[in-house]
Design a binder for this molecule. Structure first.
Ligand SMILES: Cc1cc2nc3c(=O)[nH]c(=O)nc-3n(C[C@H](O)[C@H](O)[C@H](O)COP(=O)(O)OP(=O)(O)OC[C@H]3O[C@@H](n4cnc5c(N)ncnc54)[C@H](O)[C@@H]3O)c2cc1C
Length: 388
């Protein structure tokens, strides 16, 4: 397979530092050489390619923006570029890294005790240990404030009861960051694999993110030690701060999925001959390709600036919502347009397009749906809430 050349119509590569480009190209090569050759089979079998977990740890991908605890201490622009390259491979791969980094390592680092940080972060960074993040419940998705999983203090432990739904990595995780109400306050806990009363059955038969493990988490009188409460993870805001971190990566990652679809459609349009000419020579095909390039270029500019804002400590969560909302929509539309250009081949696993297209449906919904991001922004600019 040909090496990915990138999509850089506005010469953004001139704006990244040498280090950022080196990091991006390292992950780009990894994805081309070690991931793309195996992803289609894994997707068909609905398996996550676990053989990439440790090599990605060796590359310093997990929790890469954390300083110390064996983490790489990179800037957020580098993290964004990593997410972009991973999602060019598959949204499931980027999801794995987003969960490990933004939804597990971030809360342990930001809200955990020194003992929790020393115990978990180095092992999560190397990929020796896998984490998951349980916020969504069967009856509470867009409205996590209503969650009903409960923690109760009893002597030297907490008793956890409740259930979580749609949890990435749940079945394979060694540690779960779980959000439950303790005295009516949403609080974060670490629940370790094998804790009596804790199970994590896998959700099967998905049509999207097939190469990502998605699970239920079930807590039935699950007894966890007092020291497994994250001491500073109190209040819905702390849970939402993790989602802001993850959404930042999604906004970059979606550009990768869009680029993969665009590249595939562009190449196909030059070689597929109909009516004696390449289909890329027809105006309708060109319009579709230009629409994709136009939207990808705008999406790239958006995340480039978002990275600058985050690296300078100026980014707001509303800005992340805008980038997630826009860029995932761009990827979704790029998927549809690319699939059209490929004709029947658009549905074939010989090409990555339909896999990306199906994956993006999950990305469109998770970490706050497209509509919820829209309503969050609407509330920010008008001062009026349209969703509660
Ligand atoms: C593959 C996958 C992986 C996931 N991984 C995780 C994970 O690791 N951890 C985790 O905690 N969660 C995870 N999720 C859950 C995800 O975050 C939720 O699915 C998402 O928040 C939406 O919740 P819901 O599916 O219950 O939809 P609902 O909240 O029921 O929404 C259904 C529809 O109603 C709309 N809607 C809801 N409220 C309003 C309103 N007030 N006004 C207008 N429209 C509204 C929504 O936009 C949506 O279109 C994952 C989901 C998927 C699909």
């Amino acid at each position: 397979m040909a090496k990915f050349q990138g999509v850089d119509y506005y010469q953004l590569d001139d704006l990244f530092t040498e280090e950022e480009l080196l990091i991006r190209d390292t992950i780009r090569d990894f994805v081309d050489e070690q991931f793309i050759p195996i992803i289609e089979e894994c997707y068909q079998k609905a398996e996550f390619p676990s053989q990439v977990i440790k090599p990605l740890g060796e590359l310093g991908v997990y929790g890469c923006t954390i300083d110390g605890y064996d983490c790489a201490g990179l800037n957020y622009t580098s993290y964004g570029l990593i997410c972009q390259e991973l999602e060019r491979g598959d949204s499931g791969l980027r999801s794995f890294v987003s969960v490990q980094s933004s939804l597990v390592m971030f809360p342990i680092h930001a809200y955990g005790s020194e003992e929790q940080k020393s115990k978990w972060l180095p092992k999560l960074a190397s990929g020796e240990v896998i984490g998951c993040f349980g916020l969504t419940e069967p009856d509470f998705g867009s409205n996590p404030a209503g969650l009903i999983t409960k923690a109760k203090k009893e002597g030297d432990h907490y008793i956890l009861n409740g259930a979580k739904m749609w949890i990435t990595n749940g079945t394979v995780a060694d540690v779960a960051v779980v959000w439950a109400k303790l005295d009516d306050e949403i609080t974060g806990f670490l629940v370790e694999k094998g804790t009596p009363g804790f199970s994590a059955p896998e959700i099967k038969h998905k049509h999207s993110l097939r190469s990502s493990v998605t699970s239920e988490l079930i807590f039935e009188d699950c007894k966890i030690p007092l020291e497994n409460k994250l001491p500073k993870a109190v209040g819905l805001k702390t849970a939402l701060s993790c989602l802001t971190q993850a959404r930042y990566g999604i906004a970059w990652g979606a550009v990768g999925a869009a680029m993969a679809c665009y590249e595939s459609a562009l190449e196909y349009s030059k070689t597929r001959i109909q009516f004696g000419k390449p289909i890329g020579s027809y105006q309708i095909t060109q319009q579709k390709l230009v629409t994709m390039l136009n939207e990808i270029t705008k999406a790239q500019l958006l995340v480039y600036r978002l990275g600058q804002l985050k690296d300078n400590g100026k980014m707001t969560h509303h800005q992340v919502s805008l980038a997630k909302m826009n860029n995932v929509k761009v990827a979704r539309e790029a998927g549809y347009l690319a699939r059209e250009i490929l004709g029947a081949n658009g549905i074939s696993s010989e090409y990555p397009v339909m896999r990306h297209m199906n994956n993006i449906e999950s990305v469109y919904t998770y970490e706050g749906t497209h509509d919820i991001q829209m309503l969050t922004l609407g509330r920010d600019i008008t001062g009026l809430s349209a969703f509660y």
